[in-house]
Ligand binder design. Structure first.
Ligand code: 5CA
Length: 445
């Protein structure tokens, strides 16, 4: 993409309404535009990151054996009357009437609808286990929408629902989600710690939230600092192996890590003092096991191997897809702008032409742009007739992890400059070497 032809409405001034850094940078980098409180348009740069995040979420869900479908945003109120949540959900639910005066709602979550789909089509243990998920917009009429996409009213969520014949199988589904989430967040460059939490309006006994530590986080968290050292890395986990999956979960949930809702002072005080940490975190996902809460209320049953009919065992598992943009920026930025991890960056590399109109510089930039494209890497090429300082400031603000700087002086010696956004370290090399280096960095991403 050439900047001269792109739509990148960068702001020079700090927007007054933004209280936290991620909101400020998302507005300044031209990623989002607010349309109403907690409701945003996704401008091209923001949409690219949102799409990358969705792609990682999809890949990791499919790897875990979970199956994508798509449910609508609008739901009939009657489904929610069956579970009893239509009245319970309160003012957070946006209620709408259609022209026939039928009561509808903009879905804040989909337990009822997925249970309705299940009961219409499945009635035997032979069709289980089954996990269905979608990535869809939700609406919650939050009392205080704030911090940009972090606490929106309309927001994008991945929500998945498992159906199992018994509790043991449902707990394996819970564990499978935990491991797939750990991998998902790590691929986005995040450390998200599973913490024992409270189930709120979703219900159930077993629930973990995934928290990214950040001083601007809305949750108070208590943990053993050793938990932040744990990494899943590239280990190959067999999602069908119950023990293997359970052991990974054990590794990540044995050390003390809880939100304030479930915090236990006595257990906390048993941790060696230097490892006791109280901090703030951003909740980027939550998993729930709730058994037969919805299946019993809504008559979703299966016939087991011995011929008895039982309500199906369920859980639901969410990832805050749009919130993740805010969380990643909170975790990865400096005073000049965003620093995208390679896994989610909107463009893998930026090209800055220091002297637009100089025949050699223009030709070298075009050559780099095409050579990168030939390797499947779409660069953002700043081909505007602007001062170098302004181009650098834009690149720093939008946070591409790598920048190739091309100017007549370097080209006279056959070199361009490759700069890491994170470390600021620059290296001179031939254009071919720069392309090879970028291709190497992104080969497994
Ligand atoms: N049905 C379950 C799981 S599928 C559910 O709704 N869980 S949730 O309420 O915990 O939401 C899942 C994730 O969505 C949260 O962990 C959070 O990351 C994100 N989320 C929740 N509310 C908002 C909001 N107002 N703005 C942005 N993201 C949100």
């Amino acid at each position: 993409m050439r900047v001269s032809r792109y739509f990148l409405p960068v702001l020079k001034e700090n927007p007054a309404e933004a209280q936290i850094v991620s909101h400020r940078y998302m507005l300044r980098a031209g990623m989002i535009k607010q349309q109403a409180a907690g409701i945003y348009s996704w401008l091209p740069l923001g949409l690219r990151v949102l799409n990358r995040i969705q792609q990682i979420v999809n890949e990791e869900q499919i790897r875990a054996g979970h199956i994508p479908l798509l449910m609508p945003t609008l739901q009939p109120a009657d489904l929610w009357r069956e579970s009893g949540r239509y009245d319970d959900y309160g003012q957070e639910m946006l209620r709408i009437k259609d022209r026939q005066d039928r009561e509808m709602l903009y879905g804040p979550t989909n337990e009822e609808m997925i249970t309705d789909i299940f009961r219409a089509h499945v009635n035997s243990y032979k069709d289980l286990p089954l996990t269905l998920y979608h990535i869809q917009w939700k609406f919650r009429d939050e009392m205080r929408p704030r911090f940009g996409v972090m606490r929106g009213r309309e927001f994008l969520m991945k929500d998945g629902y498992n159906f199992d014949v018994d509790k043991a199988s449902a707990l394996h589904a819970y564990n499978r989600h935990m491991v797939s989430y750990l991998r998902t967040y790590e691929r986005m460059g995040l450390t998200a710690i599973p913490m024992r939490a409270d189930s709120g309006p979703i219900g159930g006994d077993d629930t973990h939230e995934f928290l990214v530590l950040a001083s601007t986080g809305e949750s108070e968290v208590f943990f053993d600092s050793a938990v932040t050292e744990l990494k899943l890395g590239n280990r190959a986990v067999d999602y069908d192996n119950w023990d293997e999956v359970a052991n990974v979960c054990k590794e990540f949930t044995t050390l003390y890590a809880r939100t304030d809702e479930t915090h236990d002072e006595a257990l906390f005080n048993a941790i060696p003092e230097e490892r006791r940490k109280v901090a703030r975190g951003i909740e980027v996902g939550q998993i729930f096991y709730f058994g037969t809460k919805y299946s019993e209320a809504m008559g979703a049953t299966v016939v087991t191997a011995d011929g008895t009919k039982v309500p199906v065992e369920m859980g639901s598992h969410g990832i805050g897809v749009s919130r993740l943009l805010g969380a990643i920026i909170e975790a990865s930025h400096d005073d000049r702008g965003i620093i995208w991890p390679e896994g989610v960056t909107p463009f893998p590399v930026g090209i800055v032409n220091l002297k637009q109109g100089d025949a050699a510089a223009d030709a070298a930039c075009e050559g780099l742009y095409k050579a990168l494209a030939a390797k499947g890497l779409e660069a953002l090429y700043d081909d505007r007739d602007e001062r170098a300082g302004a181009k650098f400031a834009t690149m720093d603000l939008i946070g591409l992890p790598w920048r190739i700087t091309v100017g007549p002086r370097g080209l006279a010696n056959g070199v361009v400059e490759l700069t890491s956004r994170r470390t600021g370290v620059s290296e001179e090399m031939t254009p071919e070497a720069a392309v090879a280096r970028i291709a190497e960095i992104y080969k497994d991403i």
